[in-house]
Design a protein around this ligand. Structure first.
Ligand code: FAD
Ligand code: EGO
Length: 464
């Protein structure tokens, strides 16, 4: 890459996707300015018991590996080889995710972000600008308008504006002035709240560490992911109407007694009461766009392009894969933004839609009829079918989480598999028993009766 036209990239948003993306562009030789509205999270001191984690899987790891950051990040991860389903009675059952190398990694959000920022800061021609909030842009002329907390307005310049500024993206708002984008924003009935399960008094994990713990209770759902410090972070998903009803400590305890009794001693009664009201429950939403770019100067990645509900654990993974797909196109089209940007939308929009829809599908599915026996049965059957037909039947969760099969292809395959399975069950449960019955009831040649009376131990003399 030579300095000059098309060589200055501005990335808005220093979240996981923006920070990773900065590495991708820097390694291609671009001059990169990263603008983050908030301060440098590496300077914020860690508050004990406040680690929030997320599940990193294959797609995210492939993107990290492509810029040489996989090892650095997975050092901070706790492997989860199986889900652990907690039933209401307190019984626990686990079902593995797949083969030995198919596991999720529970990583600390803050640590992940710090690792990515530090890595990109060490690359040439990269500048990180914290406390810089994008206000406006005029990309036909390549100018940006940013604000600092002291209110000082700043003008900046770039050739490509990359919006990695999350679900409430400001870049997206500006992009939609220049491109014909269909856009939707959908809030769901559930909000979420995070709680902490501290290590035991001897410093051990309070539950089995290498699992994604799930308490499926139809409309009430809770999960817990392990942290490196031997604590767990629980996320409670509940209709906001229910959150609104809960205003006293007693109501919190009643709720947990009723739905998650085994978790009370683990969180601790006092901690539970305190943590429940620490901050209000947060809303969950989905953003869809029919196009992720405008001309050859603006492009969206991560939540800015496709925020989704968290019921597939893929939001960040999908955002990381965006960066990887974009980089693959940069290679293919020799860094020509005019060709890369439209192609990126063509490739990535169907996949963004597919994973958003799957996450929403899981949200509906998990409430509709997923209690612990059902959850267990479904995942058990997935594993059984995969074991007998490893090439024909790959569970959807496996395709999404442990492969790089394009999200929309995974959905197509899943629908085809469902058809095959339905046919298979139809044959075995209907045609075979029916034809069996017909054969049994047929008269045996040379005998006056079918085989049925004999099988039943009846005399064939009886008038059957
Ligand atoms: P963000 O993380 O939102 O970062 C955007 C950044 O842009 C922020 O730092 C913000 O300050 C900055 N910004 C915003 N506006 C401006 C502006 N105008 N100027 C400058 N900077 C700006 N994903 C997974 O893969 N696995 C999981 O297990 C998982 N669990 C989740 C659980 C929950 C409860 C939720 C809500 C999400 C979960 N996700 C998960 C999704 C994941 O959190 C997101 O997909 C991911 O954080 C998106 O990263 P991002 O960088 O695109 O956006
Ligand atoms: C029948 C059985 C229908 C996020 C199982 C649907 C999601 C869905 C939120 C888990 C795992 C990472 C997650 C499984 C299903 C993260 C995830 C799953 C949750 C909630 C989550 C699984 C953070 C759905 N992956 N998953 O099979 O283990 O199955 F429970 Cl509420």
């Amino acid at each position: 890459m030579s300095e000059g036209v098309g060589s200055r990239v501005a990335i808005v948003g220093g979240g996981p996707v923006g920070a990773l993306n900065a590495s991708f562009f820097a390694l291609r030789g671009y001059h990169v300015d990263l603008y983050e509205a908030r301060g440098d999270i590496r300077l914020a001191k860690h508050v004990r018991g406040r680690s929030i984690n997320l599940a990193l899987s294959h797609r995210g790891r492939q993107a990290l590996a492509s810029v040489g950051l996989e090892e650095k990040v997975i050092r901070h991860g706790v492997p989860m080889h199986a889900r652990m389903i907690h039933s209401l009675s307190g019984k626990k059952m686990s079902i593995p995710y797949g083969k030995k190398d198919q596991y999720l990694l529970s990583v600390d959000r803050a640590l992940l972000n710090k690792e990515l920022l530090t890595a990109v800061e060490g690359l040439p021609k990269v500048k990180l600008h914290f406390n810089h909030k994008l206000q406006d842009s005029d990309m036909p002329n390549g100018t940006l308008l940013l604000n600092r907390p002291d209110g000082l307005p700043i003008e900046a310049h770039c050739d490509l504006l990359v919006g990695c500024d999350g679900a409430f993206s400001s870049v997206r708002r500006q992009l939609m002035r220049y491109a014909t984008v269909d856009f939707s924003q959908t809030f769901i009935k559930h909000n979420y709240l995070e709680l902490n399960i501290p290590p035991t008094s001897s410093g051990e994990f309070a539950m089995e560490p290498n699992f994604l713990h799930i308490w499926p209770r139809n409309t009430f759902m809770m999960i817990a992911l392990p942290n490196m410090d031997h604590s767990f972070t629980c996320t409670l998903f509940m209709p906001f109407m229910e959150f609104e009803k809960i205003t006293t400590n007693e109501q919190v305890l009643d709720l947990f007694q009723k739905f998650f009794p085994d978790s009370i001693p683990l969180i601790g009664i006092d901690a539970l009461k305190k943590q429940f009201f620490r901050i209000p429950a947060q809303a969950l939403m989905m953003i869809k766009c029919s196009q992720y770019h405008a001309s050859e100067t603006m492009v969206l990645m991560g939540d800015a392009a496709h925020a989704m509900v968290p019921f597939y654990g893929q939001g960040m993974n999908a955002g990381f894969e965006d960066c990887l797909v974009f980089d693959e196109l940069m290679e293919k089209f020799h860094n020509n933004f005019a060709r890369v940007l439209p192609e990126y939308s063509v490739l990535r929009v169907p996949d963004g839609q597919a994973i958003s829809d799957l996450a929403m599908y899981n949200y509906i599915e998990m409430r509709a009829h997923v209690n612990s026996p059902w959850f267990h049965f479904r995942r058990f059957m997935d594993n059984v079918l995969h074991r007998i037909m490893p090439n024909t039947f790959i569970p959807l969760y496996t395709m999404v989480t442990f492969t790089r099969i394009r999200y929309h292809e995974a959905v197509k395959r899943w629908k085809k598999q469902k058809k095959t399975m339905n046919w298979f069950f139809f044959v075995f449960l209907t045609i075979l028993p029916v034809s069996g019955a017909v054969l049994l009831c047929r008269k045996i040649p040379g005998q006056p009766h079918s085989i049925v009376p004999r099988l039943c131990g009846l005399s064939t003399k009886l008038p059957l």
